[in-house]
Structure formats: C-alpha cells, structure tokens
Design a protein around this ligand. Structure first.
Ligand SMILES: Nc1nc2c(ncn2[C@@H]2O[C@H](COP(=O)(O)OP(=O)(O)OP(=O)(O)O)[C@@H](O)[C@H]2O)c(=O)[nH]1
Length: 572
C-alpha cells in the first residue's frame, strides 16, 4: 500500500475541492506543527507571491513576538488553558491519541483505552449520551478494520477517523439558507430569552446585505419594549429598515402588516424577531404558530445558546415537534462553550445548524461548516475561515500595493499601521489565533497580550512624523527621534527601539519569504524558520558591540533598495 503522510490527509480536508477556489488563492502559511500531536500540517495556497501572505506574516509576527515574550511564563503555568473554544474537548481527545504512541497498528485491544478517553471527553463536553454511544461505536468499528498503512501511525489514523466521524455527526455538508423563488423570503427567528435572537436578526440582515440582498427587520417582541428599541438601534447600525408597530399590537398582526409593507417596497428578505421566554410554555408556542401561519416563512430558525450544551439540542427537538423549524443558529460560540451543542444538535433533532454567532459584533455571524468545526475541535485550526476573514478586511488594491512594497523591501510604518488595523478588523485575536493550525494552545493571557501590543504599536506609530513613518531608518539612526516618539506616545524608549527593530526584522522575513515564493522552494522555509529562531534582539545601543545576527547580516545583503540604518547607537 502506498505511504500516506498525515499532512496529506489533513491538507486534503482543506483542499480546494470542497471550497470555492477563491478562498485559498492568496494564502500561505508555512510549516505549522499541529499541537503536541506533532503532525506537520503544511498548508499552502498558491505558490505565487500572494497578496495576503503579508497579512498572515504580520499576524504571525505579532503572535510570535508574544509567544517569545511569554514562553517562560507559560512554562510556569500549571495547566495550559486554550484560547480556542472547546479547549477541554481538544485536550481530552489528545489524551486518547497519546495512548497510541509507540503502537504499530490499531487493534481491538489497544483502542480500548483511547476509546474510553474519547467517550469521557465527549461526555465532559456535554454531548448527549446516545450521541456519544453511537459516535464511539462508529469510530471503534472503523479503527479496528483499518489495518496497517505504511507511513501513517495508528494515532494519526485514529485522528483521521475521528475527524471524519465528527464531520458526519455535525451534518457533513454546510446547510445553506433557502430563499423563496418568488416574493420576499421570510425568516422567522424563535428562541428562549437572552439567547441572542435580537442580535442575530441584525447580524443576519448584515450578512445577507453583504450578499446584495435587500432586507427588512420586524420587531415582534411585544413583551419587552427595550427589545424593539434594541432592534431599531441595531437596524440603524447595519443600515437596514426596521418595521415596528409598538407593544399593543399582536405579533401575528405585526407580521401581517410587515409582510405587506415588504411586498410594497420590493424587499427581498424579511427577518422577524419574536419574544423569548424563560420557560417553553404553551402560550408562547401558540403565538409562534400563529405568526408562522401568517408569514408562511421560508426559514424558521431556532436561536440557541452554545453554552447550554446538549440542552440546546433538546430545545431544537421540542421546537421542531411543536412548530416545525428548518434549522438552528448557534450563538455565543466564542464563549466558554464545551462543544456539546455543536456536536449534538443535528444528531439529536435531525435539524441542521445553519449559522453560528461568534461574538457580539454585527460581523460575527458565519455559516456553520462541519468540516472546519471538526478541524477546530481537533486543534487543526481553521485555515479557511482565517483566509476568508483576511480577504474580507483587505481590499485587493491595498494588498497589491503592499505586495509591491514588500517585494522591493520598501515596507514602512504606514504599511505596518495598515496591517495592524487589518488584523484588528479581523476580529478579536482570540478568534484569529484559534483559526491558525498549531496555535490552539495559545493561552488567553497571550492573546490579551497580543491585543495589547497591537494597541501599543499603533500608539507609537501615530506619534511618528509622516517622514519617520515613511523612512524608518530615520528612527533607527536617531536616539533623539526615538526619545521624542516615546515621550509623545507615553511609552519607553526601549519600546520604541523594539518596534523599529521589529520592522527591520519583518523586512528581512518578507524579503526571504518573497525569495521562497519566487523560487517556489519550500524547504528554504525551514531555513527561514531557523534564521528567525536564531535572531537576537539587540537592545538599543548595543548593535555595534554585538556580533551581527545572521538575519541582520542577511538584511544588509538583501534589502539593497533601502539604505540600511547606521545602527541604533549612532548619533544624530
Ligand atoms: N459573546 C457573544 N454574545 C452574544 C452573541 N450573540 C448575542 N450575544 C449577546 O447576548 C446578549 C443577549 O442578546 P439579545 O439579542 O438581546 O438576546 P434575545 O434572545 O433577543 O433576548 P430576549 O429579547 O430577552 O429574548 C447580548 O448582550 C448580546 O450582545 C454571540 O454570538 N457571542
């Protein structure tokens, strides 16, 4: 049998086959080790010099900086808390793979303990018991029959089987929203109190508006006057009209009036918010049934809170039996959810999760991709979501301009600032980092530090003159200038010096990366990684006394288009 390396298996999960080519055309993420399982999951997009590579490099730069700063602190931590959601589940599953280290082949005997770990991890993640039983059975059946595959270790085989089963468990394919063939598409949202319905209404309108749809929101929560105001404010925020009729009109009547108005105004999509209750009671269900009858909606989506675990799956089942729903929206996946809801909803209720909410911002609503979610659970990161986010925040022209600058080693502080802001627009660092394979073990403290350092950098760059931003060597050569920037930004001179040094280090890396891309030689990347590791950060004023680090020497050799700075110790 042909040797298969795990990296191929993982890469194929993220292959262009299952996703539109546009999602991976401009991405490059070199040699990421996946958690402690040490799987090499090299994932590459086009080998052409790509516009987003700079964005990724930048993020990595920031993450790397934070990592190196906190590595010692991390050693002292008793337990590693993951920034990635489902952290506990990921760790629990890792325990299972680790039990197979040193084994030659998967057997009935040696999978007993790992299967017990998987079962425990899923139960602790609040996945419902029947689901866990079926899952464990399916994985065990396959694991025993798999036999020996040359080049693939048994623990790797098990990860692959679990990945496939997780994808199946969560519904396999993405479940897209349906749209009406004629007339407005009506989406009715239901759910318990505080799950995020009102917020989801606006997020959904925002999401569909980006796809060119013309939306209208309907305020149907007549029991909580603040909900109407909240929807009006959110509607304004996303630029979508909101139909309101106060609190004295019955929700079914509001629905009827709103639908008429939508037809009159040629609205494509009507999204109706409804009241939430603490308990599922009969009057609530009857009211929803009445609204549903009037609207004849294309989609009836139950909004459920991911934090409620398997309870969310039970709710989806109840609502489906009572009123008939088309799917669920899982909110608060950015929170401390253990994964039970995401893993149980489809299997328990038969209804798919269509969308997920990952934060309080209007942009924080995404389709639910079972394969990406499985990848995240297994700590493989979510490269495709990362790429999509990056593409969303970076205009093509900006990216191309940046590309040119990088290739000619002309990247300055203005570009640095642009990149900082692009990263910030991608959302909280927790989410961004969680999407990167191998970064699953970054701690929340590290993430907070990364976010803080982005702000600090921004403050220092803003304190520079336009000339200094364009010519970073002015700062590199002049302690006086650095002192002024430090004073104006309220930071220390050392911080300013570090930032300047960092920019030049980035230039070296970019230059090297461009070399790799032009030549298409991947192995050179490991040299780059080695070069990066061996870089020393010379404190300001010591550059001349210390031996020049390899990367600095390299910079002097390669970045010929920019006069190299005379060192941080020179007078000005
Ligand atoms: N972190 C996080 N918070 C969310 C998310 N979705 C909603 N929220 C927050 O959850 C809280 C409740 O959201 P609402 O939209 O008011 O909930 P609701 O279901 O309409 O509440 P009722 O009208 O009382 O039934 C708000 O503070 C939202 O910002 C999410 O995906 N992540």
């Amino acid at each position: 049998m042909e040797a298969v390396h795990y990296s191929t298996v993982v890469s194929s999960q993220f292959s262009a086959k299952s996703h539109p080519p546009s999602t991976n055309k401009a991405f490059y993420w070199p040699n990421c080790a996946v958690n402690s399982t040490k799987f090499s999951s090299s994932w590459t997009g086009s080998s052409n010099a790509s516009s987003l590579s700079c964005s990724n490099l930048f993020t990595r730069e920031v993450c790397g900086w934070v990592n190196s700063k906190t590595v010692n602190r991390r050693k002292n931590m008793r337990s590693v808390v993951r920034a990635e959601m489902f952290g506990q589940l990921t760790s629990g599953l890792e325990t299972a793979w680790n039990k197979l280290k040193g084994e030659e082949v998967l057997t009935k005997e040696n999978i007993v303990e790992p299967m017990r770990d998987i079962r425990r991890a899923l139960l602790e993640a609040d996945v419902s018991l029947p689901v866990v039983r079926r899952f464990v059975q399916a994985v065990s059946d396959q694991a025993v029959g798999v036999g020996l595959i040359r080049g693939v270790r048994p623990d790797q085989q098990l990860v692959k089987i679990v990945h496939e089963e997780l994808v199946k468990l969560m519904g396999g394919e993405v479940s897209e929203l349906s749209f009406a063939k004629s007339g407005p598409t009506v989406i009715l949202l239901a759910g318990l109190q505080g799950v995020g319905k009102t917020t989801v209404c606006a997020k959904l309108a925002n999401y569909l508006k980006k796809q060119g749809k013309n939306c209208m929101l309907v305020a149907g929560d007549v029991y909580r006057p603040a909900a109407i105001d909240q929807l009006v404010i959110l509607g304004e925020q996303v630029g979508v009209p909101v139909y309101t009729a106060g609190t004295e009109v019955k929700p079914s009547e509001i629905a009827r009036q709103a639908l008429e108005e939508a037809k009159r105004k040629n609205i494509n999509i009507v999204i109706m918010d409804t009241a939430g209750r603490l308990q599922i009671d009969k009057s609530m269900m009857d009211e929803l049934k009445e609204v549903k009858k009037v609207l004849n909606p294309t989609e009836v989506l139950l909004v459920v809170d991911a934090m409620t675990g398997q309870e969310a799956a039970a709710l989806v089942t109840t609502f489906n039996l009572e009123i008939g729903i088309t799917g669920a929206i899982l909110t608060k996946l950015d929170g401390d959810s253990r994964g039970g809801a995401a893993l149980s909803v489809k299997e328990v209720s038969g209804k798919p999760i269509k969308l997920v909410g990952r934060g309080e911002r209007m942009e924080d609503l995404e389709p639910f991709y079972p394969d990406r979610m499985a990848g995240r659970i297994l700590g493989m990161g979510d490269v495709l979501s990362f790429v999509e986010k990056a593409q969303e925040v970076m205009r093509q022209e900006d990216a191309e301009e940046l590309q040119k600058k990088i290739m000619s080693a002309n990247f300055d502080f203005n570009d640095f600032l642009k990149q900082t802001r692009a990263v910030a627009r991608m959302g909280s660092m927790t989410r961004v980092i969680g999407m990167i394979p191998g970064m699953g073990k970054v701690t929340p403290a590290q993430v907070r530090e990364a976010e803080k350092s982005l702000k600090i950098m921004e403050g220092m760059i803003e304190a520079m003159t336009p000339e200094e931003r364009e010519k970073p060597e002015l700062l590199a050569e002049s302690p006086v200038r650095r002192k002024r920037v430090a004073q104006d930004s309220g930071k220390t001179e050392q911080q300013v010096s570090q930032l300047v040094a960092q920019l030049f280090q980035m230039l070296v890396r970019m230059k090297n990366l461009m070399g790799v891309m032009e030549g298409g030689s991947i192995p050179a990347l490991s040299n780059l990684e080695d070069a990066l590791k061996s870089e020393q950060k010379a404190p300001p004023g010591t550059a001349r006394r210390k031996r020049r680090s390899p990367s600095r020497r390299q910079f002097v050799d390669t970045a010929s288009t920019r006069p190299s700075p005379r060192g941080f110790g020179s007078k000005n």
